[in-house]
Design a protein around this ligand. Structure first.
Ligand SMILES: *Cc1c(COP(=O)(O)O)cnc(C)c1O
Ligand code: SF4
Length: 313
């Protein structure tokens, strides 16, 4: 993955934000070999029925609209792919995805992801219109980082058109926008204004956070982050343990440290401001919440995924 950054982020980094520098500027990788892999979640290998879709859990499907994003996050789960044109979908590919969803009525929750669906907004408009016509789809989620990467993009014509479509959809069905936010430095005034633009459509805004060493691996930073999100009507949804992806080794926080931080935060935060802490277990199926330090006298030796497979972390 190449380094790519927006003028908005460059300004914040030049003003001295270390957490943003760590997320977006390339770091020289240590030479030592790790056992991390390119696709620990098996997205391509095991769970992709047609190009673009990942169907891992019965009622919901993840749709990778492209591998393109306004800026490249150096911790990305799709580190191997971001910025490449391999993930671009032709109109036939898009129709094949729509057909798959239409003919699998058990799918009622579609998650547009990528890449950033709000960055490749032309394709997302088409996809959104097609999904809106499918009765069995009750919820659309859009996973994005565009408000963080480039808040001024929300003044662009095509994005405004998508916002209009979203407003119509949100009147009748579930519409959720999930924004990856990792540090309070990301929540500038212009970013919060861009998020407010999305809120006006009637979409419910959720945040997703990734534990990142040197960025947010302490109680105070996350307490400020989740409190600020909550006060701005953004609901902290998940905080993930960083996936074991080749190229992101330097971001991994010790597992025990994460659990201690989440234990302390449970005491300090309002329930609504407290996200689900989960690990997407490598080689397994499911986002599994690790135990916190309220439970004593138990030895946790291994984890099981949704299917009961025993896995080592
Ligand atoms: C995370 C994810 C989902 C959504 O999971 P929720 O727990 O419902 O948010 C769906 N499909 C895939 C492949 C995922 O990785
Ligand atoms: S916006 Fe999301 S998909 Fe794009 S590089 Fe960042 S983490 Fe990866």
């Amino acid at each position: 993955m190449k380094e790519q950054i927006t003028p908005h982020l460059r300004t914040l980094i030049e003003k001295g934000s270390i957490p943003l520098r760590a997320q977006f500027k390339k770091k020289r990788q240590p030479k030592k070999e790790s056992n991390f892999t390119n696709d620990p979640l098996g997205e391509e290998e095991k769970y992709s029925p047609v190009k673009g879709l990942v169907h891992k859990f019965g009622n919901r499907v993840l749709w990778k609209v492209s591998y393109r994003c306004a800026a490249h996050c150096q911790f990305c789960t799709r580190f191997r792919q971001i910025g490449s044109d391999e993930g671009d979908l032709s109109s036939e590919d898009i129709q094949a995805c729509i057909e798959y969803i239409r003919t699998h009525p058990e799918i009622n929750d579609v998650i547009l992801s990528g890449g950033d669906p709000l960055f490749t907004v032309r394709d997302t408009l088409t996809i959104f219109e097609e999904l809106a016509k499918i009765d069995s789809v009750k919820v659309i989620r859009i996973g994005t980082r565009l408000p963080i990467h480039s808040p001024k993009s929300f003044h662009a014509k095509l994005l405004k058109e998508l916002m209009r479509k979203m407003r119509l959809y949100a009147r009748k069905k579930g519409l959720f926008v999930l924004i990856n936010i990792n540090h309070p430095d990301e929540l500038t005034k212009s970013v919060l204004r861009a998020i407010a633009t999305i809120q006006k459509t009637g979409a419910i805004i959720l945040s997703q956070t990734v534990f990142l060493k040197g960025v947010n691996d302490n109680v105070e930073t996350l307490e400020t982050l989740f409190t600020t999100l909550y006060h701005n009507k953004i609901l902290p949804y998940y905080i993930y343990r960083c996936d074991y992806v080749k190229g992101v080794e330097h971001f991994i926080v010790p597992f025990r440290k994460e659990r201690m931080i989440m234990t302390e935060l449970r005491k300090r935060l309002s329930g609504i401001a407290y996200p689900t802490y989960a690990i997407d277990v490598p080689g397994g199926r499911g986002k599994i919440p690790p135990p916190l330090h309220f439970w004593k006298g138990t030895v946790f030796r291994y984890v099981t995924d949704f299917d009961g497979n025993k896995l080592k972390i």
